[in-house]
Design a protein around this ligand. Structure first.
Ligand code: ADP
Ligand code: MG
Length: 701
C-alpha cells in the first residue's frame, strides 16, 4: 500500500495488476510450453502436470520475492462467509546456517491448514477431521501485505466441500457442459461457456471516532438503537450527489489499491441513504468475481481506517434509511466470444437467445426457493420486502419488448425454419432490445437488463459464491432438459418451437413486469402459487427439499451431506448473530441507557425540589421526570422480557427450532426494547445521551 502516494492516476495502465500474477506476468516469467499448459488448464479445466506446477511455483515465488513478499498463503473461503489465510514464509534453511527462499509445486498446489475450528455443520464429526486447500489456477494469485496469496478451494480429505468456492467451480462446469450441448444444436462450435458476474457493492462510510463510541456498531456492524434524525433520505439529495472530499480521498486510494490487485473498479457514486455509496467493478468470470468481491470488501474496510472512517458492509446499519445490497449482474458467454444473453443480430442467434432466456425463466420458477435462500441472512432479512429492496418473492422482469415476443412465440405465431436451417420470423430478425427500456424496473429481484440478468436480492455483506452456484446449477438443469429433448430431433424447428411454447406456458407465472414493492403483488404472487419465503428461517430448510437435493446431486454440485451441513451452519450462524445482537442490546440498555435515564430523572428531581423550595414553578421538571421514569420502567421491563426470551430460545430444541425462536421471539423482544429506548432518546438532553446519534453518524462524515 505504501506505493500509492507516488503513483498518480496518470499511470493506471502501467500499474494496473502490478500485484497480480496475471497472464501478462506469466507470459513474461514462464517458459512458453509451461505458459501454454497453464492457459489450457485455465481455459479448459484440464489438470496440471506436477512438473509444470513445480516450474510455476518457482516463477511465482521469484516474482513475489522481487516484489518484497516473504510469505505465501493459501487463501480460501470457509463457511464463515469470510476469507481465511494462514501465512508461511518462503524460508528454507541451508547447510551453512543461512536460508534461501523456496516454494515447491506441492506447496502451490495443496495446503493443509488446521481446519478444525471452521464451521462444518457436522461434516467433520461424521468424517475426517482434516481439510486441505487446493489451488484454483483459474483465479490469479496476488500479493498483499508482503504475502503471496494463492486462491484455493477447501475440502475435507474425504472430498466433502468445506468452502464456498468448490461448489461454484462445480456449477460452472455443469452449466458449461449443458450450454455447449444446447449451442451445438444451433450450429455453434463453442466448446466451453463461462458465467460472468459484475457485483455492484453498496456500503456506508462513517466517522471512526463516532463508531468507536457505539458498542452495537463494534460488535454487530449495525445500530441496534437510534431515534430518527430530523433528516433522512427524503430529499433524495444524496443519490449521485457531490462526493465529499474526505470520501473522495478514500475512493481514490481504494481504486488505486484495487487496480494494483487487478480488480476492475469502475463506477463510484453516492447512494440513496446519507453516508451511503456504491462501487461497481467491471464484470469478470464468476469465480474470479467472487474472489475479487471478497478482496474488495476487505480493502474497503482496511482503507477506510486509514482515512479515519469505518466502512459498514452490513445490510441494514440504520433503521429508517435504505440498507445496502449487492446487485449480482450475471451472464453467460462462450469461448467463441458470444454473450448468450445478448439478443443477436440474426434470426438464428435470436432463437438461441430465446432458448437461453426461456431456460432461465424456467430455472427461476422451478427453483425460486433456492434463489431465495441463496441470499438469506439475518442482515438481509431487514431489507427484502421492506420497500427498499425487492420482495422475498422471486420473479423475473423481462420488459415489454421481450414480453411481446414471448407472447407471440406462445401463441404459435413465430417460429419457422427455411431449408437453409435459418429461422425466419416475418421480418427476419427480432428487434434489438434497447437497454434503457429493460433497465427501469428497480423493484424486481431478477431483471433482464439488456444483455445480462441482474439478481438484486443479495445483501451487501454476502459472499456471492453461493448465489452464483445456485444460479449456474438451476440454469444448467433447464439446459440439460432442453438438450435431452432436442438432441437427435428429426425436426429441430418444430421440436424447439414446441419446447419453448410448453415452457413459456408452464413458467410464465414467474414473469412479473410490474412494481415489486406494491402490496398487491404479494396477493397476486400467492394466487400464482409463487413462494414467499419471508425470512431466513423460512427459506433455509428448503436447501434439502427432495427436488433440490436431486438436482444438486445430478450435477455433482452438492451431496446430501454437504447440503445438510450447509443448512445447519447457516441456521446456526443466523441464531448466533441474533444472539450477539440481543446481548449487545442488553449490555447497552443496562449499562448505558438506563443509567442515563436514572441520572437525568435524578437531575430533574433535584432541580424541581430546589425550585419548589424557593416557590418557583417546577411543573416542567416534574412532568419530564415522570415521563423519563415511566420510560425507564418500560425499558427495564423490556430488558427482563428479552432476557427471558433469550433463555427460552437457547432451549427451543434442534437448530431449526432455535433459529425460529430467535426470529419470532427474540427478535420481537429486541424491537420492543429498541422502541422504548429510542423514545427516551428523543427527550434526553444531547449532552447526556451515552452514544452518538443517527444525526451524528449519518451527517458528520
Ligand atoms: P448499471 O446497472 O448501473 O446501469 P451496467 O448495467 O453498465 O450499470 O453494469 C452494472 C454491472 O453489470 C457492472 O458491474 C458491469 O460490469 C456488469 N455487467 C455488464 N455486462 C455484464 C455481463 N455480460 N456479465 C456480467 N456482468 C455484466
Ligand atoms: Mg445495476
Amino acid at each position: 500500500m505504501s506505493e500509492t502516494s507516488t503513483q498518480g492516476i496518470k499511470g493506471v495502465p502501467e500499474f494496473f495488476g502490478c500485484n497480480v500474477f496475471n497472464e501478462k506476468t506469466m507470459r513474461e516469467k514462464l517458459p512458453k510450453s509451461v505458459y501454454k499448459s497453464l492457459v489450457r488448464t485455465k481455459k479448459m479445466g484440464v489438470a496440471l502436470e506436477p512438473d509444470i506446477a513445480e516450474i510455476i511455483a518457482e516463477a511465482m515465488k521469484d516474482w513475489a520475492v522481487e516484489k518484497g513478499a516473504t510469505h505465501y498463503t493459501h487463501w480460501f473461503h470457509p463457511m464463515t462467509g469470510l476469507s481465511a489465510e494462514k501465512h508461511d514464509s518462503f524460508i528454507s534453511p541451508t547447510d551453512d546456517g543461512g536460508v534461501i527462499m523456496e516454494f515447491s509445486g506441492k506447496e502451490l498446489v495443496k495446503g493443509e491448514p488446521d481446519a478444525s475450528s471452521f464451521p462444518s455443520g457436522g461434516l467433520r464429526a461424521t468424517f475426517e477431521a482434516r481439510g486441505y486447500t487446493a489451488w484454483d489456477p483459474t483465479s490469479p494469485a496476488f500479493i498483499k501485505d508482503d504475502t503471496l496469496y494463492i486462491p484455493t478451494a477447501f475440502c475435507s480429505y474425504t472430498g466433502e466441500v468445506l468452502d464456498k468456492k468448490t461448489p461454484l467451480l462445480r456449477s460452472m462446469e455443469a452449466i458449461s457442459e449443458q450450454a455447449v450441448r444446447v449451442l451445438k444444436l444451433f450450429g455453434s462450435d463453442a466448446t466451453r461457456v463461462t458465467t460472468t458476474v459484475g457485483p455492484e457493492q453498496e456500503y456506508f462510510l462513517i466517522d471512526k471516532k463516532l463508531y468507536d463510541q457505539r458498542k452495537d456498531l463494534i460488535y454487530t456492524g449495525r445500530t441496534l438503537f437510534g431515534a430518527k434524525a430530523p433528516k433522512g433520505q427524503e430529499l433524495e439529495d444524496h443519490y449521485f450527489g457531490n462526493i465529499k472530499s474526505r470520501v473522495h480521498a478514500y475512493m481514490k486510494e481504494l481504486d488505486e489499491e484495487l487496480w494494483k490487485l487487478g480488480i476492475l473498479a469502475k463506477t463510484e457514486h453516492n447512494e440513496v441513504a446519507p453516508a451511503q455509496h456504491e462501487l461497481a467493478p467491471i464484470f469478470t468470470t464468476s469465480n474470479v468475481a467472487a474472489d475479487n468481491n471478497t478482496l474488495m470488501m476487505e480493502m474497503m474496510r482496511k482503507i477506510a481506517l486509514k482515512h479515519g472512517l469505518v466502512c459498514l458492509l452490513h445490510e441494514k446499519p440504520f433503521a429508517g434509511v435504505n440498507g445496502s445490497g449487492k446487485h449480482n449482474n450475471w451472464s453467460i458467454s462462450t469461448d467463441t466470444g458470444v454473450n448468450l444473453l445478448e439478443p443477436g443480430s440474426n434470426p438464428t442467434e435470436n432463437f438461441q437467445f430465446l432458448t437461453f432466456l426461456v431456460a432461465i425463466i424456467k430455472a427461476v420458477d422451478e427453483y425460486a426457493d433456492l434463489l431465495r435462500l441463496s441470499v438469506a441472512s439475518a442482515g438481509n432479512d431487514h431489507r427484502l420486502g421492506a420497500n427498499e429492496a425487492p420482495p422475498a418473492i422471486m420473479s423475473v422482469f423481462i420488459g415489454s419488448e421481450l414480453q411481446e415476443i414471448l407472447d407471440a412465440v406462445e401463441s404459435g405465431e413465430v417460429i419457422k425454419i427455411d431449408h437453409n436451417r435459418e429461422f425466419v420470423i416475418g421480418v427476419q430478425a427480432l428487434p434489438k432490445f434497447p437497454k434503457d427500456t429493460t433497465d427501469r424496473n428497480r423493484t424486481s429481484p431478477f431483471a433482464f437488463t439488456g444483455n445480462k440478468f441482474e439478481f438484486r436480492s443479495a445483501g451487501s455483506s454476502i459472499n456471492i459464491a453461493c448465489m452464483n452456484t445456485i444460479l449456474n446449477t438451476i440454469v444448467a438443469n433447464s439446459l440439460k432438459e432442453f438438450a435431452d429433448r432436442l438432441e437427435g430431433s428429426g425436426d429441430f424447428s418444430a421440436d424447439l418451437n414446441a419446447l419453448l411454447v410448453e415452457n413459456i406456458k408452464a413458467h410464465k407465472r414467474v414473469i412479473f413486469n410490474g412494481n415489486g414493492y406494491d402490496a398487491s403483488w404479494v396477493e397476486e404472487a400467492a394466487k400464482r402459487g409463487l413462494p414467499n419465503l419471508v425470512s431466513t428461517v423460512d427459506a433455509l430448510p428448503h436447501y434439502t427439499d427432495e427436488k433440490n437435493l436431486a438436482m444438486f446431486e445430478k450435477f455433482k454440485v452438492y451431496t446430501k451431506t454437504e447440503l445438510e451441513s450447509r443448512t445447519e451452519i447457516l441456521l446456526e450462524n443466523y441464531a448466533k448473530i441474533i444472539n450477539i445482537e440481543a446481548l449487545t442490546m442488553l449490555d447497552m440498555a443496562k449499562k448505558e441507557i438506563l443509567p442515563t435515564a436514572v441520572e437525568y430523572s435524578g437531575d430533574l428531581v433535584s432541580i424541581a425540589v430546589n425550585k419548589a423550595s424557593v416557590g418557583v414553578d417546577a411543573s416542567l421538571e416534574k412532568k419530564t421526570a415522570e415521563k423519563v421514569t415511566g420510560l425507564a420502567n418500560a425499558i427495564s421491563g423490556a430488558i427482563d422480557d428479552l432476557d427471558a426470551q433469550l433463555i427460552a430460545a437457547g432451549g427451543a430444541g434442534d437448530t431449526l427450532a432455535v433459529a425460529k425462536a430467535y426470529r419470532n421471539d427474540v427478535f420481537s423482544a429486541m424491537q420492543s426494547l429498541r422502541a422504548v429506548c429510542d423514545e427516551l432518546e428523543t427527550i434526553v438532553p444531547e449532552k447526556l445521551w451515552p452514544f452518538p446519534t443517527y444525526g451524528d453518524l449519518l451527517f458528520r462524515v
